[in-house]
Design a protein around this ligand. Structure first.
Ligand code: GLU
Length: 279
């Protein structure tokens, strides 16, 4: 009851602010997420514990914390964020069609993706690794994948990298990593490959504890960026400033500790990164 009242008051206050913003002749209003507490639609993963996870109406993970911090700096409170599920293969489309304002979803900055979207960042550096069953000692790295059934996700750099690194590898591509994990646990595939951040989160999940292990020999560099509409340099500049301040005021380290710490994950070399200039 109490919280509902407070909610109503907050909603009233938000409405008043919105009306005030409409009344004032600021001219802006669209595009770059100004300071008028407007809503933001942010794409995240829903099934990657430690990075982006939806549980009921709760959203947790490093990406979620980065998104909340950035939104706050853009003038958007947590309650005004609409979380949108952003599977790997759909990220560029979600951005270019305006279904999201930005994407914070283990999204590696690549030249190919830069043809369609712009990136602020990096805000984190991960590396591609392998997740196998705990009792499997036959897979020690990409070189031992011959004759094994491998799983990854459509539209990911993980699938692309491994196909280049191990030509002819038996790769099955699903829509999400959680589908791969289930297949790994049930024995229908032998290994899952993607970023070590994501793999650590699955290995530490209650239902997989002691059943799965990360090989622990990263074989790529994944620079996580915040994807946004191509060419919106004003928004990109604001997001870059927010990332820099998240790192310098200690919030970045706190978010790493609380989201990745429980899985025993320690950020590798290059972290925290220095965000690049927007182009
Ligand atoms: N970071 C890689 C990528 O952006 C793999 C993780 C993912 O698919 O989200 O493709």
């Amino acid at each position: 009851m109490k919280t509902r009242r407070i909610g109503a008051i907050a909603a009233g206050a938000a409405l008043a602010l919105t009306l005030a913003a409409c009344g004032s002749d600021s001219g802006g209003g669209s595009g770059s997420g100004g300071g008028d507490s407007k809503g933001l639609k942010i794409g995240i993963k829903f099934d990657q514990p430690g990075m982006g996870l939806k549980k009921g109406s709760d959203f947790t993970g490093m990406d979620v914390d980065v998104a909340k911090y950035v939104a706050k700096k853009l003038g958007t409170d947590e309650g005004n964020i609409t979380w949108v599920q952003a599977p790997s293969a759909q990220r560029e489309t979600l951005i270019s069609t305006g279904q999201v304002d930005m994407i914070v979803a283990t999204y590696s900055i690549t030249d190919t993706r830069k043809e369609k979207v712009s990136f602020a960042g990096p805000y984190f550096i991960a590396g591609q690794d392998l997740l196998v069953r705990a009792d499997d000692s036959s897979i020690t790295g990409p070189d031992s994948l011959k004759g094994k059934k491998l799983c990854s996700v459509t539209g990911s750099t993980s699938a692309q990298n491994v196909l280049k690194k191990v030509p002819g590898v038996n790769l099955q591509e699903f829509g999400t990593y959680s589908e791969c994990v289930a297949a790994l646990a049930s024995g229908s595939i032998d290994a899952l490959t993607t970023d070590d951040t994501i793999l650590a989160g699955y290995a530490a999940q209650e239902q997989y504890k002691g059943k799965l292990k990360v090989v622990g020999k990263p074989f790529s560099t994944e620079n996580y960026g915040i994807g946004l509409k191509k060419g919106d340099t004003a928004l990109c500049g604001k997001i870059t400033d927010a990332i820099k301040s998240m790192i310098s005021d200690g919030s970045w380290q706190k978010a790493v500790d609380s989201n990745l710490g429980p899985a025993g994950y320690k950020p590798g070399e290059g972290n925290p990164p220095t965000p690049a200039a927007c182009s």
